[in-house]
Design a protein around this ligand. Structure first.
Ligand code: NAD
Length: 368
């Protein structure tokens, strides 16, 4: 059988620096665990514009459609800020998400014990936190029609439309239930069924999919505003949260910040299953290209490495290897290793991007 295939799109700024550490982890899996991937690399974002005059060529798009998973670093930078909107680096990323139809955005909020003091919440509220927000990504109020600014009588009105079909709700609900089966087996669905008809339908469809296909998963429903309160009061009550595009945008940022630095946050965007049963998938850190530190060896590679761990778990069914990567991250943090973004007020000497990657590999070696 062919090896699973991965397309690496490292992108701009710190993208190639953090991706270099992911490549070390991939090599380690080949050398020490006999797990081989077919790797290919290509350009996205500003570097693709420099080479081809477009942030994503049709050929790269076709390669992304053909592989089992895409790993993306980051795109953008001040050099490209004055470009026309149609060729800005971010357009490459948007095209990937749109044409791969990645409708489920997964944002874990995981708090490593060693970093619990970075949170704005009390240590006992966040230490050991491990929740997953699943946000519907391709529909809802950001896309619904009619939309625009119109004139009514003698004043302007701004209009956006929240619109969900039951098919769109059902497929993202399935993503959440599938995830819950690989985690603690609980899903909380959030909407505003008290004031929005689309919320009423959301609640009905999630419940129907549950009763028909996932009765083994524990399902609860919560109004999204109450959910925001509960996320800051006692986030550990949740396992998987599934919600729409707008509420997911807010709740995933809120949950992410429970855990501290941008340099630690992975993400995945998943679409429909392909012929081989694997979902269409793109994995990327939440952070951007960080032009202020690019090229200096200061970037924290952990967000990108944890994104690859998500690929191991969700695209390649290698949950044990994903857990080994996550344990290694936990170990180096517990040992006190910190990149510059994780330095507390007490100071200390930060380690470089590659030293952090090497330490994670050493911890994986010790965990064999
Ligand atoms: P950013 O995430 O690049 O940086 C914000 C701050 O966090 C900076 O101070 C940066 O140094 C720090 N930071 C980010 N990642 C880090 C890491 N791994 N290690 C250590 N520190 C880290 O956001 P920004 O400054 O608003 O945007 C910079 C560029 O990135 C812009 O061109 C923007 O459009 C682009 N961007 C791209 C993506 C993406 O590719 N998905 C996401 C957000 C922003």
């Amino acid at each position: 059988m062919a090896n699973p295939s991965i397309l690496i799109l490292a992108g701009d700024g710190i993208g190639p620096e953090v991706m270099a550490e992911v490549k070390k982890v991939i090599r380690w899996l080949g050398d020490r665990r006999g797990i081989a991937f077919d790797l290919s690399e290509d350009l996205v974002g500003g570097c693709a514009f420099d080479a081809h005059g477009t942030p994503l060529t049709d050929a790269t798009m076709a390669r992304a459609q053909a592989v089992d998973a895409v790993l993306l670093g980051a795109v953008g930078g001040p050099r490209y800020d004055s470009l026309d909107f149609s060729v800005k680096p971010e357009r490459g990323l948007l095209r990937l998400r749109k044409e791969m139809d990645l409708y489920a955005n997964l944002r874990p909020a995981q708090c490593f014990d060693a970093l619990a003091d970075f949170s704005s919440l009390k240590r006992d509220v966040v230490a050991g936190l491990d929740i997953m927000i699943v946000r519907e990504l391709t529909s809802g109020v950001y896309f619904g029609e009619p939309r625009g600014i119109f004139t009514e009588g003698n004043e302007r009105v701004g209009i956006n439309t929240q619109r969900y079909t039951e098919g769109e709700i059902a497929r993202v609900a399935r993503s959440a239930f599938e995830l819950a089966r690989k985690r603690a087996g609980k899903v909380c669905s959030m909407e505003k069924a008290n004031v929005m008809e689309s919320g009423v339908l959301w609640r009905q469809v999630v419940q129907e999919v549950h009763d028909r296909e996932y009765p083994d998963v524990e399902l609860s429903h919560m109004y999204a505003d109450a959910g925001a309160m509960q996320l800051t009061r006692w986030p550990k009550q949740f396992d998987v949260i599934v919600t729409d595009n707008l509420f997911g945008d807010l709740l995933s940022d809120l949950a992410a910040m429970l855990t501290g630095s941008l340099g630690m946050l992975p993400s995945a965007s998943l679409g429909a299953p392909m012929a081989n049963g694997r979902p269409k998938a793109l994995y990327e850190p939440v952070h951007g290209s960080a032009p202020d530190i690019a090229g200096q060896g200061k970037a924290n590679p952990i967000a990108c490495i944890l994104s690859f761990a998500m690929a191991l778990r969700y695209s390649f069914d290698l949950g044990d290897e994903a857990a080994r990567v996550e344990r290694a991250v936990e170990k180096v943090l517990a040992d006190g290793l910190r990149t510059a973004d994780l330095m507390g007020p007490d100071g200390g000497v930060p380690v470089s991007t590659s030293a952090m990657g090497d330490a994670i590999l050493a911890a994986m070696d010790a965990d064999l």
